[in-house]
Design a protein around this ligand. Structure first.
Ligand code: GLP
Length: 241
């Protein structure tokens, strides 16, 4: 069941999500944590870092895995999920995870990178908590519309909606055509899933994901079937629920 938590604004959404993450890792301190990239999770990541640095949770036995990456982009490129992880999570944290895996979109052998991502999740998983954002087409990570819900990590062509939105992340013009992502099977195996969304532009797709039919045309709708999933949204993104 997808539990819906409506928060007044972005800050409250971020704080609620960080609290929920901390709760999970206190329960399973040696588990596996995953955060998305994108604009949505920044406030949550900052709140998480602040609280871990303040000693509110111990991450020394915890493992971390990134959700997705643009194929072709290295982790130091502006707009890559790897750089988001480095700048907002690893660099400001005073403590280190026990082990971490950040997808290298520029790996010479992207198929080997995909296998390594699966192996890392296999080794330390299932995910203790998977935090996700939602794309304008309802994607989770790069599980684009039409994705096979049974897949583990995979490489997938970017959908036209994603291509239309993606330039906002980059400082120079870039045209990635594929994404590498954790699969829906791995996300659905997580003990807890937190889907974040803010802003009026997400209201339609949030309503389709939370209240519409469960269909791979709107991949986030699969979370309605997860036993412990939470949609944490601000009022603007909740306006069509
Ligand atoms: C991006 C990423 C997702 C992200 C989503 C929403 O393309 N692949 O992992 O959650 O789209 O992004 P944003 O938070 O910037 O709206």
């Amino acid at each position: 069941m997808l539990n819906i938590i409506v928060c007044k604004n972005y800050e409250e959404m971020s704080e609620a999500a960080a609290r929920s993450v901390l709760e999970s890792i206190r329960e399973t301190p040696d588990g596996l944590l995953s955060f998305p990239g994108g604009d949505t999770p920044l406030g949550m990541v900052r709140a998480f870092v602040r609280d871990v640095n303040a000693g509110k949770a111990d991450i020394s036995k915890l493992h971390y895995v990134s959700l997705d990456e643009w194929v072709g982009l290295a982790s130091d490129v502006v707009g890559s999920c790897g750089k988001f992880n480095h700048d907002n999570l690893f660099a400001p944290l005073k403590y280190s995870f026990a082990d971490k895996f950040v997808i290298n979109g520029a790996a010479a052998d992207i198929e080997a990178e995909r296998r390594a991502l699966n192996a890392f999740i296999e080794k330390y998983g299932p995910l203790t908590v998977s935090v996700l954002g939602i794309g304008m087409n309802g994607h989770l990570g790069f599980n684009e519309s039409g994705v096979d819900f049974d897949l583990d990590a995979h490489i997938i062509p970017l959908d036209e909606v994603t291509k239309g939105v993606m330039q906002k992340y980059f400082d120079v013009e870039r045209h990635p055509t594929q994404g590498i992502t954790q699969g829906i099977r791995q996300i659905m195996a997580a003990k807890k899933v937190i889907l974040l969304a803010n802003g009026a532009h997400k209201a339609d797709i949030v309503a389709r994901a939370a209240k519409g039919a469960v269909t791979n045309e709107v991949p986030a709708s699969v979370l309605q079937k997860h036993p412990n999933s939470y949609l944490i949204v601000d009022e603007a993104a909740a306006s069509k629920l």
